[in-house]
Design a protein around this ligand. Structure first.
Ligand code: NAX
Length: 327
């Protein structure tokens, strides 16, 4: 039997948590032979803690053979203790009349505290995925609040955007999702992101040539992917949860178990690749092997793409400037 992996999940009693925890415990994230210990963090308020207890009761009732233990807490030092993986899902939602700037600052408080706690108690090779919005900037704050950890331990989720783009492309070109390779989503997890299929291949053929529709790219595809989150809220009355949990599972599974040469999108601290300033957490194409990701290099950036990449970068720079005084 393998040694259990400690997986911390924040916002564990929320919507995404409810879709995520059961899949982690059933082995879908780390493999069907990998036991896990779930370390769940929720707000200290009675309602949140009661909801967390309920989730833990349901986890018990599943009798998952791979669930080797559970911890429920409101203390980040307990939740992140010796964590191998940390999924930071809980965040302050945007309330009525709340300015974007206030949202940023409220979340900066949360992610400063959690970054410090990770710095103090998590394993030195902890893999952190930030899902809570604004995900890229929250990941940046956590990374900067954890100076003793390698910045490469911190990532933000763009996989939902990647998966959304895959499905739109598969439908347009009438091909199977699984046959599309080499898709990229550049930048921020926000409507400014730039889904880019210029390099995508389907069974060796160029997907761009197959679609051959620049107008559809600029005026349908990019806005549809960028505004998909809003479309889900409009339809469901609630934000994406099962698809977000699914993307988190995909992200961590690929990071830990590898992509076998395939490209996926991860929000990672820039190393200066493609002219993106160092440390900005930006969506890049990556491949993963042996628990490490590498940014795909050498892609040609045309004028249209550069303009889109700069636009989403400008938003990230603005968010970063808004929290700079706290770090
Ligand atoms: P919910 O409001 O259902 O759940 C959030 C949970 O987090 C709540 O139970 C709350 O009590 C808890 N929480 C808040 N602050 C906390 C803290 N400091 N420590 C521990 N727990 C805390 O939201 P849900 O639908 O689950 O979404 C969670 C986050 O994911 C939101 O910020 C949302 O915007 C973001 N999303 C990010 C996506 C991405 O692709 N990166 C897509 C889906 C989603 O919109």
């Amino acid at each position: 039997m393998k040694t259990p992996v400690r997986v911390a999940v924040t916002g564990a009693a929320g919507q995404i948590g409810y879709s995520l925890l059961f899949r982690i415990a059933s082995g879908e994230m780390l493999g069907k032979d990998q036991p896990v210990i779930l370390q769940m963090l929720e707000l200290p308020m009675d309602k949140a803690q009661a909801a967390l207890r309920g989730v833990m009761m349901e986890l018990e009732d599943c009798a998952f053979p791979l669930l080797a233990g559970m911890v429920g807490t409101s203390d980040p030092d307990v939740a992140f203790k010796d964590a191998d993986i940390a999924l930071l899902v809980g965040a302050m939602p945007r309330g009525p009349g709340m300015e974007r700037k206030d949202l940023l600052l409220k979340n900066a408080e949360i992610f400063t505290v959690q970054g410090r706690a990770l710095n103090k108690v998590a394993r030195r090779d902890v893999k952190v995925l930030v899902v809570g919005n604004p995900a890229n900037t929250n990941a940046y704050i956590a990374m900067k609040s954890a100076p003793d950890l390698d910045p490469r331990n911190f990532t933000a989720m763009l996989r939902l955007d990647h998966n959304r783009a895959l499905s739109q492309l598969a439908a347009k070109a009438n091909v199977a999702v699984a046959d599309i390779e080499k898709l990229v989503v550049w930048g921020n997890h926000s409507p400014t992101m730039y889904p880019d299929y210029r390099f995508a291949r389907v069974k060796g053929q160029s997907l761009k040539d197959m679609i051959n529709d620049a107008d559809w790219n600029a005026n349908t595809f990019i806005p549809v992917v960028g505004k998909r989150g809003a479309a889900i809220i409009e339809a469901r009355g609630l934000s994406s949860a099962a698809s977000a949990a699914n993307a988190a599972i995909d992200h961590v599974r690929d990071w830990v178990l590898g992509t076998d040469g395939k490209w996926v999108t991860m929000g990672v601290p820039s190393d200066g690749s493609y002219g993106i300033p160092k440390d900005v957490i930006y969506g890049f194409p990556v491949t993963c092997k042996d628990g490490r990701y590498e940014i795909v290099q050498g892609l040609e950036i045309d004028e249209f793409s550069r303009e889109r990449m700069n636009r989403t970068l400008a938003e990230l720079e603005e968010e970063r400037a808004g929290v700079a005084h706290l770090l």
